[in-house]
Design a protein around this ligand. Sequence first.
Ligand code: IPE
Ligand code: IPE
Ligand code: MG
Length: 227
Amino acid sequence: MKQNSLVNLAIIMDGNGRWAKERGLSRSAGHEKGAETIRDITEYCSKHNTIKTLTLYAFSTENWKRPKLEVDFLMKLLEKYLEREFETYKKFDIKFETIGDLSKFSTKLQKKIENVKNETKNNQKLTQILALNYGSRDEIIRAVNKLIKQNIEITEKNISSALDTPYSDIDLLIRTSGEQRMSNFLLWQTIYSELFFTPTLWPDFTSQELDDIINEYYEIDRKFGGL
Ligand code: IPE
Ligand code: IPE
Ligand code: MG
Protein backbone atom coordinates (compact mmCIF):
# COMPACT_ATOMS: atom_id res chain seq x y z
CA MET A 1 0.00 0.00 0.00
CA LYS A 2 1.23 3.47 -0.85
CA GLN A 3 2.02 5.68 2.16
CA ASN A 4 -0.11 8.82 2.54
CA SER A 5 1.54 12.13 1.92
CA LEU A 6 1.28 14.84 4.54
CA VAL A 7 1.29 18.43 3.34
CA ASN A 8 -1.25 20.35 5.43
CA LEU A 9 -1.34 19.74 9.16
CA ALA A 10 -3.70 21.51 11.58
CA ILE A 11 -3.83 21.42 15.37
CA ILE A 12 -6.47 22.50 17.88
CA MET A 13 -4.19 23.43 20.79
CA ASP A 14 -6.45 22.71 23.75
CA GLY A 15 -5.90 22.10 27.47
CA ASN A 16 -3.76 25.02 28.65
CA GLY A 17 -6.19 25.87 31.45
CA ARG A 18 -6.45 22.29 32.73
CA TRP A 19 -2.67 21.89 32.59
CA ALA A 20 -2.31 24.92 34.89
CA LYS A 21 -5.15 23.86 37.19
CA GLU A 22 -3.54 20.43 37.73
CA ARG A 23 -0.48 22.26 39.03
CA GLY A 24 -2.31 24.83 41.11
CA LEU A 25 -1.18 27.57 38.72
CA SER A 26 -3.14 30.37 37.07
CA ARG A 27 -4.65 29.76 33.61
CA SER A 28 -2.18 32.35 32.30
CA ALA A 29 0.72 30.09 33.28
CA GLY A 30 -0.86 27.37 31.14
CA HIS A 31 -1.10 29.69 28.16
CA GLU A 32 2.53 30.70 28.62
CA LYS A 33 3.68 27.09 28.68
CA GLY A 34 1.45 26.38 25.68
CA ALA A 35 3.19 29.10 23.68
CA GLU A 36 6.48 27.28 24.24
CA THR A 37 5.03 24.05 22.89
CA ILE A 38 4.26 25.93 19.67
CA ARG A 39 7.98 26.48 19.11
CA ASP A 40 8.89 22.81 19.49
CA ILE A 41 6.09 21.65 17.19
CA THR A 42 6.82 24.34 14.59
CA GLU A 43 10.50 23.43 14.54
CA TYR A 44 9.62 19.76 14.03
CA CYS A 45 7.30 20.64 11.12
CA SER A 46 9.89 22.88 9.48
CA LYS A 47 12.31 19.96 9.43
CA HIS A 48 9.76 17.48 8.14
CA ASN A 49 10.20 16.56 4.47
CA THR A 50 6.68 17.08 3.18
CA ILE A 51 4.71 19.29 5.60
CA LYS A 52 4.22 22.69 3.97
CA THR A 53 1.62 24.30 6.24
CA LEU A 54 0.98 24.09 9.96
CA THR A 55 -2.28 25.74 11.02
CA LEU A 56 -2.68 26.34 14.74
CA TYR A 57 -5.95 27.31 16.42
CA ALA A 58 -4.90 30.06 18.82
CA PHE A 59 -8.05 32.16 19.40
CA SER A 60 -11.58 31.43 18.24
CA THR A 61 -14.43 33.83 17.46
CA GLU A 62 -16.06 32.36 20.60
CA ASN A 63 -13.06 32.89 22.89
CA TRP A 64 -14.10 36.55 23.41
CA LYS A 65 -16.67 35.10 25.82
CA ARG A 66 -13.89 34.41 28.34
CA PRO A 67 -13.25 36.80 31.26
CA LYS A 68 -11.71 40.08 30.10
CA LEU A 69 -8.62 39.41 32.18
CA GLU A 70 -7.90 36.17 30.31
CA VAL A 71 -8.61 37.72 26.90
CA ASP A 72 -6.29 40.65 27.71
CA PHE A 73 -3.60 38.25 28.82
CA LEU A 74 -3.89 36.23 25.60
CA MET A 75 -3.55 39.40 23.50
CA LYS A 76 -0.42 40.41 25.38
CA LEU A 77 0.97 36.91 25.10
CA LEU A 78 0.42 36.98 21.35
CA GLU A 79 2.40 40.19 21.09
CA LYS A 80 5.23 38.77 23.16
CA TYR A 81 5.13 35.53 21.18
CA LEU A 82 5.49 37.37 17.87
CA GLU A 83 8.45 39.36 19.14
CA ARG A 84 10.15 36.30 20.53
CA GLU A 85 9.47 33.89 17.68
CA PHE A 86 10.70 36.24 15.02
CA GLU A 87 14.11 34.58 15.37
CA THR A 88 12.59 31.10 15.06
CA TYR A 89 10.93 32.08 11.78
CA LYS A 90 14.22 33.35 10.41
CA LYS A 91 16.29 30.45 11.68
CA PHE A 92 14.03 27.74 10.27
CA ASP A 93 12.95 29.51 7.08
CA ILE A 94 9.31 29.81 8.16
CA LYS A 95 6.72 32.09 6.67
CA PHE A 96 4.17 33.50 9.13
CA GLU A 97 0.54 33.82 8.11
CA THR A 98 -2.83 34.17 9.83
CA ILE A 99 -6.43 33.23 9.20
CA GLY A 100 -9.39 34.86 10.88
CA ASP A 101 -10.73 38.39 11.14
CA LEU A 102 -7.94 40.56 12.52
CA SER A 103 -10.01 43.74 12.50
CA LYS A 104 -11.16 43.10 16.09
CA PHE A 105 -7.61 43.32 17.43
CA SER A 106 -5.92 46.54 18.55
CA THR A 107 -4.19 48.50 15.79
CA LYS A 108 -0.89 47.98 17.57
CA LEU A 109 -1.29 44.20 17.47
CA GLN A 110 -2.52 44.29 13.87
CA LYS A 111 0.59 46.26 12.89
CA LYS A 112 2.85 43.79 14.65
CA ILE A 113 1.18 40.87 12.86
CA GLU A 114 1.52 42.63 9.49
CA ASN A 115 5.14 43.36 10.20
CA VAL A 116 6.01 39.72 10.95
CA LYS A 117 4.12 38.60 7.85
CA ASN A 118 6.07 41.07 5.75
CA GLU A 119 9.43 40.17 7.20
CA THR A 120 8.89 36.43 6.66
CA LYS A 121 7.03 36.46 3.36
CA ASN A 122 9.93 35.06 1.31
CA ASN A 123 10.62 32.15 3.66
CA GLN A 124 9.98 28.80 2.05
CA LYS A 125 10.38 25.73 4.20
CA LEU A 126 7.10 25.92 6.10
CA THR A 127 4.16 28.27 6.48
CA GLN A 128 2.96 28.58 10.05
CA ILE A 129 -0.62 29.85 10.06
CA LEU A 130 -2.08 31.13 13.32
CA ALA A 131 -5.87 31.12 13.49
CA LEU A 132 -6.69 34.37 15.29
CA ASN A 133 -10.25 35.47 15.96
CA TYR A 134 -10.99 32.59 13.65
CA GLY A 135 -14.33 30.86 13.19
CA SER A 136 -15.13 28.61 10.28
CA ARG A 137 -18.62 30.02 9.82
CA ASP A 138 -17.29 33.57 9.94
CA GLU A 139 -14.66 32.67 7.32
CA ILE A 140 -17.22 31.08 4.99
CA ILE A 141 -19.65 33.99 5.36
CA ARG A 142 -16.91 36.53 4.61
CA ALA A 143 -15.82 34.48 1.59
CA VAL A 144 -19.33 34.21 0.15
CA ASN A 145 -19.97 37.92 0.67
CA LYS A 146 -16.72 38.72 -1.13
CA LEU A 147 -17.88 36.69 -4.13
CA ILE A 148 -21.34 38.27 -4.16
CA LYS A 149 -19.85 41.77 -4.04
CA GLN A 150 -17.63 40.99 -7.03
CA ASN A 151 -20.48 39.27 -8.82
CA ILE A 152 -18.57 35.98 -8.96
CA GLU A 153 -20.48 32.72 -9.21
CA ILE A 154 -20.86 30.67 -6.01
CA THR A 155 -19.01 27.44 -6.79
CA GLU A 156 -16.90 25.11 -4.67
CA LYS A 157 -13.74 26.33 -6.35
CA ASN A 158 -14.61 30.02 -5.99
CA ILE A 159 -15.57 29.67 -2.34
CA SER A 160 -12.34 27.78 -1.64
CA SER A 161 -10.23 30.50 -3.18
CA ALA A 162 -12.11 33.29 -1.37
CA LEU A 163 -11.42 31.71 2.04
CA ASP A 164 -8.66 33.01 4.30
CA THR A 165 -6.65 29.83 3.84
CA PRO A 166 -3.96 29.62 1.19
CA TYR A 167 -4.29 25.80 0.95
CA SER A 168 -7.09 23.57 -0.17
CA ASP A 169 -7.55 20.70 2.28
CA ILE A 170 -6.16 19.63 5.62
CA ASP A 171 -4.60 16.15 5.55
CA LEU A 172 -4.31 15.61 9.27
CA LEU A 173 -6.07 17.37 12.14
CA ILE A 174 -5.03 16.82 15.74
CA ARG A 175 -6.84 18.01 18.86
CA THR A 176 -5.16 17.77 22.24
CA SER A 177 -6.72 17.54 25.72
CA GLY A 178 -9.18 14.74 25.03
CA GLU A 179 -12.06 16.87 23.69
CA GLN A 180 -13.49 15.44 20.50
CA ARG A 181 -15.12 18.30 18.65
CA MET A 182 -14.28 20.86 15.97
CA SER A 183 -15.17 24.03 17.91
CA ASN A 184 -15.72 25.99 14.67
CA PHE A 185 -12.28 25.21 13.21
CA LEU A 186 -11.70 24.71 9.47
CA LEU A 187 -15.03 23.02 8.74
CA TRP A 188 -14.79 23.59 4.99
CA GLN A 189 -11.20 22.34 4.76
CA THR A 190 -11.53 19.14 6.81
CA ILE A 191 -14.19 17.16 4.96
CA TYR A 192 -11.73 14.31 4.32
CA SER A 193 -9.09 15.04 6.94
CA GLU A 194 -7.85 12.29 9.20
CA LEU A 195 -8.77 13.26 12.77
CA PHE A 196 -6.62 12.39 15.78
CA PHE A 197 -7.59 13.12 19.37
CA THR A 198 -5.03 12.77 22.13
CA PRO A 199 -5.67 13.15 25.87
CA THR A 200 -2.34 14.97 26.24
CA LEU A 201 -2.84 18.58 27.32
CA TRP A 202 -1.30 21.06 24.87
CA PRO A 203 1.54 22.25 27.17
CA ASP A 204 2.64 18.59 27.49
CA PHE A 205 2.40 17.79 23.78
CA THR A 206 5.78 16.97 22.23
CA SER A 207 7.29 16.54 18.77
CA GLN A 208 7.80 12.87 19.69
CA GLU A 209 4.05 12.39 20.14
CA LEU A 210 3.41 14.29 16.92
CA ASP A 211 5.86 11.99 15.15
CA ASP A 212 4.01 8.93 16.50
CA ILE A 213 0.66 10.30 15.28
CA ILE A 214 2.12 11.07 11.85
CA ASN A 215 3.44 7.51 11.58
CA GLU A 216 -0.05 6.20 12.36
CA TYR A 217 -1.52 8.60 9.80
CA TYR A 218 0.80 7.25 7.09
CA GLU A 219 -0.78 3.81 7.39
CA ILE A 220 -4.42 4.90 6.96
CA ASP A 221 -6.17 3.92 3.76
CA ARG A 222 -7.57 7.28 2.59
CA LYS A 223 -10.31 6.72 0.04
CA PHE A 224 -12.03 10.11 -0.38
CA GLY A 225 -15.27 8.35 -1.13
CA GLY A 226 -13.71 6.07 -3.73
CA LEU A 227 -12.59 2.48 -3.31
C1 IPE B 1 -6.58 26.36 24.67
O1 IPE B 1 -6.57 26.06 26.03
C2 IPE B 1 -6.09 27.77 24.41
C3 IPE B 1 -7.14 28.71 24.01
C4 IPE B 1 -8.39 28.43 23.75
C5 IPE B 1 -6.73 30.09 23.90
P1 IPE B 1 -7.82 26.37 26.96
O2 IPE B 1 -7.64 27.73 27.54
O3 IPE B 1 -9.09 26.15 26.22
O4 IPE B 1 -7.64 25.27 28.09
P2 IPE B 1 -8.77 24.42 28.79
O5 IPE B 1 -9.61 23.80 27.73
O6 IPE B 1 -9.54 25.39 29.64
O7 IPE B 1 -8.03 23.42 29.60
C1 IPE C 1 -10.88 25.77 20.84
O1 IPE C 1 -10.73 25.53 22.20
C2 IPE C 1 -10.22 27.06 20.48
C3 IPE C 1 -8.77 27.08 20.54
C4 IPE C 1 -8.00 26.07 20.82
C5 IPE C 1 -8.16 28.34 20.25
P1 IPE C 1 -11.85 25.93 23.25
O2 IPE C 1 -11.36 25.46 24.57
O3 IPE C 1 -12.19 27.37 23.11
O4 IPE C 1 -13.09 25.07 22.74
P2 IPE C 1 -14.35 24.49 23.52
O5 IPE C 1 -15.04 25.67 24.16
O6 IPE C 1 -13.83 23.54 24.53
O7 IPE C 1 -15.16 23.81 22.47
MG1 MG D 1 -10.31 24.54 25.96
